[in-house]
Design a protein around this ligand. Structure first.
Ligand code: AP5
Length: 212
């Protein structure tokens, strides 16, 4: 592990485990996990103008416009808890978002320390997404086959986790987000981990990469 505060971007296709691993790392390092998906869902639930705009994109599996998410992240990173490091989950997702993040962190004088891609084959991702459930009280992520919820959980099924929408999200990932791999590869920041296996096995692989 480097001496600098961890400033990590988690990349990976929909349902590859970014949220699951991001939560574990955030509690281990005592830094926030910042998920643009969670922020957009919160805005939608609160019925804000931004949430209503985002809903049209999210419910059909398309990316929300860059300007909207860049603004959200820029504001979130000014909060005190992000000063000692952060884990970005689901941002950046396009090259313009990555460029905006790079300029923002350059201005703070704290560049990213790691970019980690979680690799999972597409056929497994559909099963991971369609059987995902989230406890709406705690935000804890479960899976009806691999990570069973407790009986008292108040489970929610994300609207964009229907199979047809998941496939659309995977296409968007291939079309837009995969371009980030060469972007971060050229900067010498990119590491990749195999995301197949038990969550704790994936965590061990990630820890190993972060310690290099
Ligand atoms: P977002 O919420 O970011 O969705 P995503 O990237 O598609 O990722 P997911 O949340 O689906 O999956 P995950 O990788 O976090 O996996 P998880 O840990 O939950 O974005 C949603 C939408 O918001 C986008 O489609 C877009 O419209 C918009 N948006 C967000 N950010 C944007 C941006 N920057 N720009 C533009 N638009 C943006 O795991 C999945 C399931 O698998 C769970 O059930 C879990 O329990 C299970 N699981 C996890 N690990 C394992 C394992 N090792 N083995 C078995 N099961 C596992």
């Amino acid at each position: 592990m480097t001496e600098r505060a961890l400033q990590l971007v988690l990349l990976g296709p929909p349902a590859s485990g970014k949220g699951t691993q991001g939560e574990l790392l955030a509690s281990r390092f005592g830094i926030p996990k910042i998920s643009t998906g969670d922020m957009l869902r919160a805005a939608r639930a609160a019925g804000t103008a931004l949430g209503r705009e985002a809903d049209g994109y999210m419910s059909t599996g398309r990316l929300v416009p860059d300007s909207v998410v860049i603004g959200l992240v820029a504001e979130r990173l000014t909060e005190a808890d992000a000063e000692r490091g952060f884990i970005l989950d689901g941002f950046p997702r396009t090259v313009p978002q990555a460029e905006a993040l790079e300029s923002l962190l350059e201005r703070r004088g704290t560049p990213l320390t790691h970019v980690l891609q979680i690799d999972v084959p597409h056929d497994l991702l559909v099963e991971r997404a369609t059987l995902r459930r989230t406890d709406k009280r705690t935000g804890q992520i479960y899976h009806l086959k691999y990570s069973l919820p407790p009986p008292d959980a108040e489970l929610e099924h994300r609207a964009d986790d229907r199979e047809e929408t998941v496939r659309r999200r995977l296409d968007e990932y291939d079309a837009m987000t995969a371009a980030l791999l060469p972007f971060y590869g050229q900067r010498g920041l990119l590491r990749r981990v195999d995301g197949v296996g038990k969550p704790e096995e994936v965590t061990a692989r990630i820890s190993n990469e972060l310690e290099q």
